[in-house]
Design a protein around this ligand. Structure first.
Ligand SMILES: [Zn+2]
Length: 447
């Protein structure tokens, strides 16, 4: 790592070498209710840490903001990624004029010619869009009837997935590495680390951030990472009308095509908030959903790293969550996908300093999602997918159980309001598990 702060600080407090498998498995059964901003210590021993990691105790909501670093290299127009067979050359980003796109970080207007064209595309796709009304802001507690309506397969309230959703990797000890919400100010630090460790990931990027940082998006793609959409303004998609969902997905797809020259064929719904209406619209626009692994309400593969920045959780608790994820993964006969973010200094520091070194030391196969599905990178984009099919689903299990506020659910991750407002968490139904309610109360403002 070239960053002076990272170079000058060591992680002596947690540096250790012995893998504590038994300890990990025991910790995996502990309650997630301990997610709080109170003092938390590690419940296990990391197999490895980065010698240049920021000390864990320093990775807090109040940590000093370190200067950002430039991108490790600057993508040039015309370059194409060697990892994507048949890829066209990169467009010239100087042609990307923000004035030609909707305002950033707001659901785009639905009356534009572009959205009208995408509405026709959806209608012409032949894919029926279920007549499911938008949900109210507030998630499961504010939508009790919808939450109990298993026919809509609302992931937020029970973790329902369809066979078309990708939420696992097929091979045991294989990790589909993902980072959401960028490209951000600290994405260069992450890209630099991933390069040095020879790791590749899937980045679910927000369309507005792609406008802000097109070179960052290009470098992710050029360096062999998979890039995919994460909406234009990061709303909870089930709260939107059909036209608004089309606008969110359409503009994200367009900016990524304009910046990269290719169109991703998967996307991740913010907060994991999707039902059959969202699935159908995404599919009609050429995209499947990538979620994160969820075994049960208390076993979602969400590090909760996002909430360190707000002080809702601690970096030590994030690592304890990581430890639980590994314990749960050890019980599975297939691989997994984890929720992490590259938006904040804290989330990048935890990933590069601790989680990724630990995972590598443990011998996990760390890959982009399309690679963990044993597909070539060219299958990740419409233009280079030579058989014109999208990556097939790996998760064929449909589960539909009602549990609000599970870690990783829209409640726990704050997907209970439109456009990022703090949701009201006072209306917790009596059926909610105590641990889940605690998670809800302590994690209400993440993206
Ligand atoms: Zn997100």
């Amino acid at each position: 790592m070239k960053h002076p702060v990272l170079l000058s600080l060591a992680a002596a407090s947690v540096a250790a070498s012995n893998v504590q498998v038994q300890h990990r498995q025991a910790a995996s059964q502990s309650s997630p209710a301990s997610r709080s901003s109170a003092a938390v210590s590690l419940t296990f021993t990391l197999a490895s840490t980065n010698p240049t990691a920021v000390p864990l105790s320093s990775i807090t909501a109040t940590m000093a903001t370190v200067p950002t670093i430039p991108l490790p290299s600057t993508p040039q127009a015309g370059a194409s990624p060697t990892a994507v067979s048949g890829a066209p050359g990169l467009p010239d980003t100087s042609t990307i004029n923000p004035a030609n796109y909707p305002p950033l970080d707001k659901t785009p207007p639905v009356n534009s010619p572009e959205v009208q064209a995408w509405k026709k595309e959806v209608a012409d796709s032949g894919i029926p869009i279920p007549d499911i009304p938008p949900t109210l802001p507030g998630g499961c507690p504010a939508n009790l009837a919808a939450a109990q309506d298993t026919s809509r397969c609302w992931w937020t309230c029970g973790g329902c997935v369809r066979s078309t959703d990708i939420s696992d990797c097929p091979d045991k000890k294989t990790w589909g590495l993902t980072f959401d919400d960028g490209p951000g100010f600290y994405t260069p630090n992450l890209l630099e680390y991933l390069d040095s460790a020879q790791l590749r990931a899937t980045f679910f990027t927000v369309g507005s951030r792609c406008i802000s940082n097109p070179k960052g998006l290009q470098l992710e793609y050029l360096n062999g990472h998979q890039v995919a959409g994460h909406t234009w303004s990061h709303p909870a998609l089930t709260t939107l009308t059909n036209d608004e969902i089309i606008a969110e997905l359409g503009w994200t797809r367009k900016v990524m095509k304009d910046v990269l020259g290719v169109t991703p064929n998967v996307m991740r719904p913010p907060y994991g908030d999707a039902d059959d209406r969202v699935r159908a619209i995404a599919r009609a626009l050429g995209m499947y959903l990538v979620m994160w692994t969820r075994l049960s309400p208390s076993a979602t593969f969400d590090t909760d790293d996002f909430n360190v920045h707000s002080g809702m959780t601690t970096s030590a608790q994030v690592l304890n969550n990581w430890n639980s994820i590994l314990g749960n993964a050890s019980t599975m006969d297939h691989g997994f996908i984890v929720l992490q973010h590259d938006l904040f200094q804290e989330t990048v520091d935890i990933a590069t300093g601790y989680i990724l070194p630990d995972a590598m030391k443990q011998g996990l196969q760390i890959k982009p999602v399309v690679s963990c599905l044993n597909k070539p990178m060219s299958d990740a984009y419409t233009e280079t997918n030579d058989n014109k099919t999208n990556p097939p689903p790996v998760s064929a299990t449909t589960v539909a159980t009602l549990t609000a506020g599970a870690p990783g659910s829209a409640q726990a991750t704050g997907a209970t309001s439109k456009n990022g407002a703090i949701p009201n968490v006072a209306f917790v139904p009596s059926t909610v598990l105590v641990g889940s309610a605690m998670a809800m109360l302590f994690a209400v403002s993440s993206l």
